[in-house]
Every structure is written in structure tokens, then in C-alpha cells.
Write a protein of this length. Structure first.
Length: 195
């Protein structure tokens, strides 16, 4: 009887340890802080798997679908987000939000100029057909890299982001204002040209 009770107590302790260790999806300040760090890294490296895990964004989700098909998307993503910085101002675990100070290069006008040029020189079908043309891609990726390199750092933008609670982890859910802030205005500028 003592052995059975000892085994049951050990089993209960093991289960409690595992449930404590698997708390990555709990809405705690520590997990939210960890999620912000992971989301920032995922954006800066434009890591598809980590973006899908830690970032919820309509625009980025659409872009990520094409990462495997067009290799240059990774390079463009890394370029746009390489200067990104996200600092936590406050966490509201009870309401599932985090307020961030976001800094990136000011890419609003350069992205709008780039998108306008591409749109004026190519029909949508023509552009799609050129995405497999390595010379075209290399020239335009180089232009994007130059655009980012020559851009000035923007002033920090304060945004409040909702936290999504999944089964295994938390994720930052960016609305249009959040997408705009983390991309230095590039995503909204391009959307306006192509909307």
C-alpha cells in the first residue's frame, strides 16, 4: 500500500512539474515579455516558422504564403525589419495586451516611391511573370536594400497590441496601425499604391 501511495504521489508531482513547464501559453507577464522578444527576432530575421508562431498579422500572413515560392521575399523582409526595435512600455496580462514603443527606419515615402515606380512600369500580370526573372529580382531587391539603408530612423511609435493565446504559445496580433509601425510605414504605403 505504501508503494502504491508513493508511486501515485510521484506521478502527481511529475504531472505538476510538466504542467508548470508547459505554461508558455499562459497569459503571464513573463510569457508576454518572451513573446515580444520572439516576435521581434522573427521579424528581424524574417523567419517564416517563427513568424507564423509568434506574429498574427493579415498582411504578413499573406506575404509569408509566398516565401517558399519566391526566395527574395526573405531578403526583402529582413531588409525592411532589420532596424526594428520593440520596447515594452506596459503589460496588461488580465486584458491580454502589451503596449510597445516601436522604432524602425522611416520607410513610408521610399516604399511608396518604389511601389509607384514598379506599378507604373509593370501591369500586375507582367509583374507576376517577372518574379522568376533573376535579373529583375536582383535589381529590385538591391533597390529596396538601398532604400532602407538611405532612410532615416523614425521617431518611436507607441502601439498597443493584443496577445493571442494559443495551445502552445502566445502571439502578438498586429492590426493595421501595428503593421504600419513595425514596418516603418512600408506595408501601408505599398498597400495604398496597390489597393
Amino acid at each position: 500500500m505504501k508503494k502504491i501511495i508513493s508511486l501515485l504521489l510521484c506521478a502527481i508531482m511529475i504531472m505538476l512539474c510538466f504542467s508548470g513547464c508547459s505554461g508558455n501559453a499562459e497569459m503571464t507577464e513573463a510569457n508576454i515579455t518572451r513573446t515580444v522578444t520572439q516576435a521581434e527576432k522573427a521579424l528581424k530575421t524574417f523567419d517564416q516558422k517563427k513568424l507564423e508562431k509568434y506574429v498574427d498579422s493579415t498582411t504578413l500572413s499573406t506575404i509569408i504564403k509566398y516565401v517558399g515560392k519566391y526566395d527574395f521575399i526573405n531578403e526583402v523582409g529582413e531588409s525592411i525589419f532589420e532596424n526594428l526595435s520593440m520596447e515594452i512600455i506596459s503589460i496588461d496580462a488580465e486584458n491580454g495586451t502589451v503596449t510597445l514603443s516601436v522604432t524602425n527606419k522611416d520607410l513610408r515615402q521610399p516604399a511608396a516611391d518604389f511601389a509607384s515606380r514598379i506599378k507604373s512600369e509593370n501591369s500586375t500580370i507582367g509583374l507576376l511573370s517577372k518574379l522568376n526573372n533573376q535579373v529583375f529580382v536582383d535589381a529590385n531587391v538591391s533597390a529596396i536594400n538601398d532604400m532602407v539603408e538611405n532612410a532615416e530612423m523614425a521617431q518611436p511609435v507607441e502601439i498597443t497590441v493584443n496577445i493571442l493565446q494559443g495551445k502552445k504559445n502566445l502571439a502578438l496580433s498586429f492590426d493595421e496601425a501595428g503593421e504600419d509601425a513595425v514596418s516603418g510605414g512600408a506595408l501601408s504605403s505599398i498597400q495604398q499604391i496597390y489597393s
